[in-house]
Design a binder for this molecule. Structure first.
Ligand SMILES: [Zn+2]
Length: 176
């Protein structure tokens, strides 16, 4: 356990209790990156958010393949963040808008996600529904990509999430 980002902690988590498969290496996306493959995630929960620690990485989203096709739709509560959320969704190639998982947004912390702390995102049961707290982070697209990622994956490990690879998206901490 590193103590690099131990300070504050707004948590977000996935209630998805089951596991969900290993995170694949980046697929045929036109990126030359070779994401470090991370093994099947441990129990998905307790994602931390640490404000101000991370760089504002511009989403370099080219899309990664996922095990199964899924859909989502935005509820009106997410209207003002729709662009960023859709941007986050494009992280996953077989995720499309139009049905499936409803995504709701709120400005207060989530209290029913099964984790303690100030929770800013939750994917209930790997796709039943998703709740985001976009006002809690400057990286709404990354937050959305992370929660969508819980449709298939658990957390890949500790550390700041980033766009570098599927495994990085699924890290436990949103830094910034
Ligand atoms: Zn998570």
């Amino acid at each position: 356990m590193k103590s690099t980002v131990s300070r504050v902690a707004l948590l977000f988590a996935a209630v998805a209790a089951t596991v969900l498969g290993s995170i694949p290496a980046a697929s045929a996306a036109p990126t030359p990156d070779q994401p470090t493959a991370v093994q099947a995630a441990p129990a998905p929960d307790g994602v931390r958010f640490v404000p101000g620690k991370g760089q504002a990485v511009p989403p370099k989203i080219t899309g990664w393949d996922v095990p199964t096709a899924r859909q989502y739709y935005l509820t009106a509560s997410c209207n003002q963040w729709a662009g960023e959320i859709r941007q986050g969704a494009t992280a996953w190639n077989q995720l499309s808008e139009g049905g499936g998982t409803p995504v709701s947004c709120q400005t207060t912390y989530i209290t029913d996600c099964g984790a303690t702390g100030a929770i800013i995102g939750c994917n209930y049961n790997a796709g039943d529904r998703i709740t985001l707290v976009p006002t809690a982070t400057g990286q709404v697209a990354l937050l959305a990509a992370h929660e969508f990622g819980h449709d298939w994956y658990g957390h890949s490990g500790d550390g700041c999430a980033s766009w570098a690879s599927p495994a990085d998206v699924m890290r436990t901490t949103i830094c910034g």
